[in-house]
Design a protein around this ligand. Structure first.
Ligand SMILES: [Fe+2]
Ligand SMILES: [Fe+2]
Length: 232
């Protein structure tokens, strides 16, 4: 990370959250470029917030610096590979965006488009769940046994909800209201589920992958990449 300009958080405009201040600067920086931030406070929470805003494209390191901390961060360009945890987080974000679109379409009464989005979400989410259950959970099943069991139970619940959504999509009465209700339930489940995985499991999987990390990451990427819908 060759660097660069230093953004001093003590100079943030009064009343403006630090994360918004940094984000406003990051938006002007191109992927592949770097920035340094000087923060008077320990920056873990700030960086987690920025990582969400930036769709998991940030890589950074933190070093104590005088009375504060110096963060050197880099925005990955599209051709720079994501690590395992970031790849999974990005898949969560992509599915969340699809679910949000489907909810909006169902709310607007646009049946065909809502069903199309719901079916694409169904395929992506089932693939994601299979990957987590079969490939990733065994990596650290003992190290994080409680969160792993909880994850599997939540997956079972989510699959039941996906079945219910699939039924609503096939029902002859075409009720956008029913579809909206089931999608809302799924959104609530996924919200908690994804947060738990991201905070309790992803880092453990990343660590446990060890020397197999790159091969595992390749397999995860291949399995998560969007596929055309099955032809009937
Ligand atoms: Fe999951
Ligand atoms: Fe997940």
């Amino acid at each position: 990370m060759a660097c660069c300009y230093v953004l001093d958080l003590r100079l943030a405009p009064q009343g403006m959250p630090q994360s918004a201040y940094v984000y406003s600067v990051l938006r002007e920086i191109n992927p592949g470029e770097s920035l340094r931030i000087w923060s008077p406070d320990e920056p873990t929470l700030l960086m987690a917030e920025l990582q969400n805003h930036m769709r998991h494209t940030l890589v950074w390191r933190v070093a104590p610096d005088g009375q504060g901390y110096l963060v050197t961060l880099h925005i990955r360009s599209p051709d720079e590979p994501l690590a395992l945890a970031d790849t999974l987080r990005r898949d969560h974000d992509t599915m969340d965006a699809r679910l949000a679109r489907s909810l909006t379409l169902a709310g607007d009464g646009r049946w065909h488009e809502a069903v199309e989005e719901a079916r694409a979400l169904d395929r992506a989410l089932r693939t994601h769940i299979t990957l987590e259950n079969d490939l990733l959970a065994p990596l650290a099943a003992q190290e994080v046994s409680g969160p792993t069991s909880l994850m599997r139970r939540e997956h079972d619940d989510i699959l039941i909800q996906l079945d219910a959504i699939a039924e609503v999509c096939l029902a002859p009465e075409r009720s956008c209201q029913d579809l909206h209700i089931w999608l809302s339930l799924l959104a609530a489940s996924l919200n908690k589920h994804e947060f738990r995985e991201e905070t309790l499991l992803f880092a453990a999987w990343e660590r446990a992958a060890g020397v197999r990390h790159d091969a595992l990451l390749d397999e995860v990427r291949q399995r998560l990449s969007p596929r055309p819908p099955p032809s009937h």
